[in-house]
Design a protein around this ligand. Structure first.
Ligand SMILES: Cc1cc2nc3c(=O)[nH]c(=O)nc-3n(C[C@H](O)[C@H](O)[C@H](O)COP(=O)(O)OP(=O)(O)OC[C@H]3O[C@@H](n4cnc5c(N)ncnc54)[C@H](O)[C@@H]3O)c2cc1C
Length: 424
């Protein structure tokens, strides 16, 4: 049976605490909990590792925190098939170590992989920096089992990659933030690990950034990740120059990586960047630490937004973000994804202001960012904001279809009510 624990503070969302925490150990228990909650009018918020709880608005009401952490079994793994089916509560760190035994991997690239769960990563719509090469998390997903509000266990897709035809229902749950159902199991395509993985990191001296970025975007050998980083100093495992740093990941044969490294050195050298450091040993760990920066909060004094777009315009959007923030009292850290076009912008307040002043400054800064980047959504925040900042930007044209789907899947609004776009 699910254990109710007095650990409700772990499951706090924007200052709101659940009245109960349940930790089901199998899929049927999840379904039973949902059926009972639906009948009683209790709201259920599914929670994995708690790493992406800053995505989405706080729930309108919140009686039950449903921890998925005990749904962590491997259901099917035949390494010759290049597919795995695992419980939604399995951490990405655990998954990575299982797959590594057969030199395989799944490129989900979520922050804080030791704590982040498979289900939470999918439900929060996480998009990692290597997706231009390997596909988005939803493209790697071939099937799900999901517990619906009425207690049904719904199976979508399957275990076979070729099985996916037409619209795959399992993708509907991706980035639905637990508002349509609790994902209990996910089946994924996995990949053979490339022979080698190398990072190159270069500190950018004054006046080199734009040219370095342009030269990297024109490289003949494409990196699997290309990030321009300015700020996040407390978390990065390498040093930044006056204009930040550029981090590139290369994967493939050792010979291809050597060629790529020569191209990078020449491209950055001609942009005025004197030195490019190579990281082979510990490259995966350095990459993971860098991705942790996406959700690294500065105590309760920061909000991180993500604006998606095309790689071509991403530097302009970063400049717009800087202009927007300039008149406010907030500071800005950024990660610019030169391959995927993501802009990560963390606004934060420095110094000793009281909590009210911090909130005011952060609200001004988010409004200023949104004025320039209307689609920017909140990715992470200090937990003291109590929902006074809407997590979503402009509503998409499909909002009515989304409302209709929510009404069909969860007519009594039992599942994470209010967390999604437009108060869904
Ligand atoms: C109630 C409900 C109804 C839905 N109805 C539909 C539908 O009719 N058709 C459909 O294609 N999808 C629908 N979705 C979304 C769907 O479940 C997936 O979220 C979507 O297909 C994933 O798209 P993506 O991979 O581009 O999003 P991602 O790229 O994985 O998500 C990127 C980011 O944007 C956020 N986000 C997700 N969807 C939107 C959006 N529409 N507008 C702004 N931000 C968003 C995510 O939380 C995430 O932060 C619905 C979701 C919900 C909760």
């Amino acid at each position: 049976m699910p254990r109710a624990k007095a650990r409700a503070n772990v499951y706090e969302i924007d200052g709101r605490r659940p009245t109960r925490v349940v930790e089901p150990t199998n899929e049927q228990e999840v379904a039973d909990i949902l059926r009972a909650a639906d009948a009683a009018g209790d709201a259920v918020v599914p929670i994995g590792g708690g790493t992406l709880l800053g995505v989405g608005n706080p729930p309108r009401h919140y009686e039950i925190a449903l921890s998925t952490l005990r749904l962590d079994s491997v259901h099917v793994y035949d390494h010759r098939d290049l597919t795995i089916g695992a419980g939604a509560g399995m951490t990405l760190g655990h998954l990575a170590s299982l797959l590594a035994k057969h030199r395989q991997f799944v490129p989900l690239d979520a922050p804080r992989a030791a704590a982040a769960t498979l289900g939470g990563t999918l439900a929060a719509g996480w998009l990692g920096p290597r997706r231009a090469t390997y596909g988005r998390p939803r493209d790697l997903l071939i099937g799900t089992t999901t517990a619906l509000a009425d207690g049904t266990l719904a199976h979508a897709g399957g275990m076979v990659v070729k099985n996916v035809s037409g619209y795959d229902m399992s993708r509907l749950y991706v980035s639905s933030l637990g508002t349509l159902g609790v994902i209990t199991r996910a089946n994924l395509k996995i990949l053979p690990m490339p022979a080698a993985f190398r990072l190159t990191v270069a500190r950018l001296p004054e006046g080199t950034r734009a040219r370095a970025a342009a030269n990297v975007q024109g490289l003949d050998v494409e990196p699997t990740a290309a990030l321009l980083i300015d700020g996040f100093r407390e978390i990065l495992p390498f040093e930044l120059g006056a204009e930040g740093a550029i981090l590139l990941a290369f994967e493939g044969s050792a010979a291809a990586i050597e060629r790529a490294t020569r191209s990078v050195r020449s491209a950055l050298g001609s942009a005025g960047v004197p030195e490019t450091r190579i990281i082979d040993t510990g490259a995966h760990q350095t990459f993971a630490r860098t991705i942790d920066a996406y959700v690294a909060s500065v105590a309760e004094r920061s909000v991180t937004l993500r604006a998606l777009g095309l790689p071509d315009g991403v530097l302009k959007r970063e400049a717009a973000a800087r202009e927007g923030i300039a008149p406010t009292a907030a500071l800005l850290d950024t990660i610019v994804d030169l391959r995927c076009g993501d802009l990560i912008a963390r606004v934060f307040v420095d110094g000793k202001l009281d909590q009210l002043a911090v909130r005011g400054t952060l609200s001004d800064a988010v409004a200023a960012l949104r004025a320039r980047l209307p689609d920017a959504t909140v990715l992470a925040r200090g937990l003291a904001l109590e929902g006074d900042i809407d997590a979503w930007g402009t509503l998409p044209p499909a909002i009515d279809v989304m409302r209709d789907l929510k009404a069909r899947f969860d007519p009594r609004a039992t599942l994470a009510p209010g967390r999604f776009l437009g108060g869904i």
